[in-house]
Design a protein around this ligand. Structure first.
Ligand code: 7TS
Length: 406
């Protein structure tokens, strides 16, 4: 069944018709970064050619137009996430900066001996900021394990709460296993114990409809480059009461009310958390990426990717010695695998020779690799523009690689 005309849609992504090593590109590294459609690139060009000026500062026309474009995008993001107010939408450099902001600023409200809960499947950007806080404040970090399928053990999760638990930070979708975590249920449990929950949406927003209030997220961070948007920009959603209670993250222009050597006051939300000149072209054009995704339909994208996942998984089963890591029901369209004893890096290099882009290595999830007892995997991650023909070529290439390396 067709959810949309994928061949027509591919024409919106000129990069997909280039060659790599003399072969047509098959781009399966979408969990790292997705490609960007013409409508977004043209919007970036348009702003650079007509409207480039620093935001929130000038009385002149260009500055006002640039500000209006960025603020219109903030409203677009608010509606996309189902947030109550644009005050709750902070532009960042990406998911990493969003989580660092929460760890640093919300973390400032925590005391020695306070506890937070992470999971073993987190990306380093949802581990290391908390470890920095641990060093600074002496907080305790607890970790939820996974089962054979790559699902979180919710019984263990709930058992980790004590009267010192202040925060849970969990990825919505694993970038390695594809597991879609039950964040709503986890949020309910966290709230029952008086803790807040921060959701890493880096692998969520491009693949499922997100409503921050429906899932009970107190914080939600994502990156534009993983959802067909420009690079260098992302968003942190935070509940207004929490953001208001938090100290600023960075100091500088834009985030102040009044500065004097006797004492400085902070700007209102969201500007309190946006020190310095932002990537205003990126922020402004993120709205176009959301428009593009919604014009295809997020449910349609999810259904298309699910079909690709099922097809690829069944085809890959015919490759002797191929092991897939992450087999949770309802998983997202990410397949991490190894072929026999072949090194993930060698597999990746050979696939690249055949024009196929995959990610290899630990995927910034070394604790998960340790848990699985492996060093790394090869990862294929599908997006709205991938096709079953590409999967046929990918599987044929894997058979060649398997014959060479095993
Ligand atoms: N969280 C998750 C779950 C991620 O997958 C990533 C990036 C990040 C956070 C960090 O996002 P950034 O935009 O701030 O860098 N993940 C990957 C990946 O899987 N391959 O390359 C980047």
């Amino acid at each position: 069944m067709k959810f949309y005309d994928v061949e027509k849609l591919r024409r919106d992504f000129p990069i997909l018709s280039r060659e790599v090593n003399g072969k047509p590109l098959i781009y399966l590294d979408n969990a790292a970064s997705t490609q960007t459609p013409r409508a977004v690139v043209e919007d970036i060009e348009h702003i650079y050619y007509t409207t480039k000026a620093n935001v929130h500062r000038g009385v002149h026309c260009l500055s006002q137009e640039a500000t209006a474009a960025m603020e219109a995008s903030r409203e677009r993001v608010r509606a996309f996430l189902g947030a109550d107010s644009i005050d709750e939408i902070i532009f960042t450099r990406g998911t990493t900066e969003g989580i660092n902001l929460v760890a640093s600023s919300y973390g400032e409200l925590l005391s020695e001996g306070d506890e937070i809960i992470l999971t073993v499947m987190e990306h380093h950007s949802n581990i290391v900021p908390w470890q920095l806080l641990q060093k600074r404040k002496g907080i305790v970090i607890k970790v939820v394990p996974i089962n054979q399928l790559g699902e979180l053990d919710l019984e263990v999760y709930e058992s980790l709460f004590t009267d010192r638990t202040r925060l849970v930070s969990v990825t919505q979708v694993s970038n390695v296993l594809g597991t879609v975590n039950p964040v709503k249920e986890m949020a309910d449990i966290a709230h029952k114990h008086g803790a807040v929950i921060c959701v890493d949406g880096a692998q969520g927003v491009a693949h499922m409809k997100v409503d921050v209030k429906a899932i009970g997220a107190d914080f939600y961070a994502f990156s534009s480059h993983k959802m067909y948007g420009p690079t260098g920009v992302g968003v942190l959603y935070g509940r207004r009461e929490l953001l208001n209670a938090m100290p600023p993250y960075q100091g500088g222009g834009e985030m102040i009310g009044h500065v004097s050597f006797q004492g400085t006051t902070w700007a209102e939300l969201p500007f309190k958390f946006e020190a310095g000149t932002p990537d205003y072209v990126g922020a402004a054009t993120l709205a176009k990426a959301i428009d593009y995704m919604e014009s295809v339909g997020i449910e349609n994208i999810a259904a298309h990717e699910h079909e690709l996942l099922e097809y690829a998984t069944s085809q890959m089963a015919s490759i002797p010695g191929l092991r897939i890591f992450g087999t949770a029901p309802g998983k997202a369209a990410v397949i991490s695998f190894l072929i026999g004893d072949a090194h993930h890096y060698d597999t990746g290099i050979l696939l690249d020779q055949l024009g196929i882009a995959v990610r290899t290595g630990h995927h910034c999830a070394q604790p998960l690799m340790e848990f699985l007892g492996i060093e790394g995997t090869v990862r294929a991650a599908f997006a709205m523009y991938n096709t079953t023909e590409e999967i046929d070529k990918f599987v044929a290439a894997l058979k060649r690689v398997a014959a060479m390396l095993t």
